[in-house]
Design a protein around this ligand. Structure first.
Ligand SMILES: Nc1ncnc2c1ncn2[C@@H]1O[C@H](COP(=O)(O)OP(=O)(O)OP(=O)(O)O)[C@@H](O)[C@H]1O
Length: 232
């Protein structure tokens, strides 16, 4: 039974449309999108600015709802879930990485990783601390655990954000332009790290990007143009 479930896609979007606004100001951000992503895939979502990448990431992760169409995430039909149920799924199974890192400036690296674990409700204090240190170590930042974001480089801040995204062992990591604020070399190192994590843990990744580097190395590229998805 479990193996049958595993063979179903991690994510399945069917006929998904998303529009913002009404009448003359209406924007059709996603148009009849069909997309399946298997467990363990490393997918680059590519497209020009305004093509619908963030909208698609928000919809497949249950942050936003489609105007029509269906979204299945880990065999659950998201349309049927209320906000609290969606929030539980995100908290347990999803990790998020953002272009601007989104760390809490007054907390050191350790606490930036540890506090979401405590809020998650599944971890006691001691385990949250151990997990946070373990994941900081796995991104090469154990020795900087006491530094606040302002005392870290951009690449180091993104590593803290990666540790935070991974520390609860999500099934899916959703990253919106994770190398967009980094220089080429630093972005390349972050990319190496994400690919290594994908290969070692089998965590599914979907990453929106403008980066040619990332496009070259992703297992699969999904192009989005003017709200329409096109597989390469
Ligand atoms: N909340 C919103 N209200 C109205 N229009 C929106 C909203 N969010 C996005 N849009 C519009 O939907 C379209 C897709 O936007 P989206 O942010 O998904 O694109 P993107 O590919 O992620 O762009 P970028 O690469 O610049 O981040 C754009 O035309 C955008 O202006």
């Amino acid at each position: 039974m479990a193996s049958n479930i595993r063979e179903l896609p991690a994510i399945a979007l069917s006929g998904v449309n998303k529009s913002y606004g009404r009448n003359e100001s209406r924007v059709d951000a996603l148009k009849a999108v069909n997309l399946e992503i298997a467990h363990g895939e490393f997918v680059a979502l590519c497209g020009p600015s305004g093509s619908g990448k963030s909208t698609l990431l928000n919809i497949l992760s249950g942050i936003d709802r489609p105007s029509s169409g269906t979204v299945m995430l880990f065999c659950k039909l998201l349309d049927a879930l209320n906000e609290q149920q969606l929030s539980v799924i995100r908290g347990q199974h999803l990790g998020f990485i953002f272009q601007s890192f989104n760390l809490i400036p007054v907390l050191n690296a350790l606490d930036n990783v540890r506090y979401p674990l405590l809020l998650n409700g599944r971890y006691q204090k001691k385990e949250a601390r151990e997990r946070a240190l373990h994941y900081l170590n796995s991104v090469g930042l154990f020795h900087l655990a006491n530094r606040k974001p302002g005392q870290l480089s951009g690449g180091q801040q993104q590593r803290v954000a990666i540790a935070r995204a991974l520390a609860h062992q999500p099934k899916l990591v959703v990253a919106d332009e994770p190398t967009g604020n980094l220089d080429l070399a630093t972005g390349g190192a972050i990319l190496d790290l994400l690919i290594k994590i994908n290969q070692e843990t089998g965590t599914t990744f979907i990453i929106s990007t403008h980066s040619a580097q990332l496009k070259e190395r992703a297992g699969r590229i999904v192009e989005i143009r003017d709200g329409e998805v096109d597989e390469n």
